[in-house]
Design a protein around this ligand. Structure first.
Ligand SMILES: [Zn+2]
Length: 210
């Protein structure tokens, strides 16, 4: 279990509602690692949270890149969190480029311009295909006293990582953020990385999001 501390928190009004914002790191004044946006109503006092683990993506989240589906996933995740009686978005800062960092991701993009897919480009650079670690996320959920959760994901690795940390996870289907620019990337995620239905169509959750 990773050592994680809450560095700061505040209430933050955002488009569509208000969240409680927490910043987490390994030590109080060390580098920030995770931003948590939590929405909880009175009715959310005794329900399992809807959780989304979002890997930071400067190109998708900030610039609205159509090369991936991160920007639309992030805004859909925030909407879902705000619509839930108890929703938690964990924004994982160290997960840029599936953990290889921004510069390496852009190097991989340059190779993809020459025809490699997202996996083969990383391999050509001698980098891991997926170097993300979810121990911080699991530790933060524990900090929030979460034992059971509904995880909005198509990524089996996220489910396995949280379950390995002792959390009880129920999956809420997630995906369908397809554009002409990211269809090949999403196809690779489904067929090479084993994701469950990134290509959509947008699937209805197994139960209404609360
Ligand atoms: Zn992205």
């Amino acid at each position: 279990m990773s050592h994680i501390v809450s560095q700061a928190s505040c209430t933050l009004p955002i488009s569509g509602g208000e969240v409680r914002l927490h910043v987490f790191g390994r030590e109080r004044n060390g580098p920030e690692r995770v931003i948590a946006a939590v929405h909880r109503t009175e009715r959310g006092a005794d329900c399992d949270p809807l959780v989304r683990l979002h890997s930071a993506c400067a190109t998708g989240d900030i610039l609205g890149s159509l090369r991936c589906d991160c920007g639309s996933q992030l805004s859909a995740a925030l909407d879902a969190v705000l619509e839930s009686d108890y929703g938690i978005l964990l924004y994982l800062l160290g997960h840029e480029g599936r953990g290889i960092g921004l510069a390496n991701k852009i190097r991989a993009y340059a190779l993809q311009e020459q025809g490699l897919n997202t996996v083969d480009a990383n391999v050509a650079l001698g980098l891991p295909v997926d170097d993300r670690d979810y121990t911080d996320a699991a530790a933060i959920l524990r900090e929030f006293d979460v034992v059971r959760l509904r995880l909005a994901t198509n990524n089996p690795l996220k489910i396995a990582a949280l379950e390995a940390a002792g959390l009880k996870v129920r999956r809420v289907p997630w995906g369908g953020f397809v554009t002409p620019h990211n269809a090949g990337y999403l196809q690779t995620k489904d067929y090479v990385l084993g994701h469950l239905g990134s290509l959509g169509p947008v699937t209805e959750p197994s139960e209404p999001l609360r």
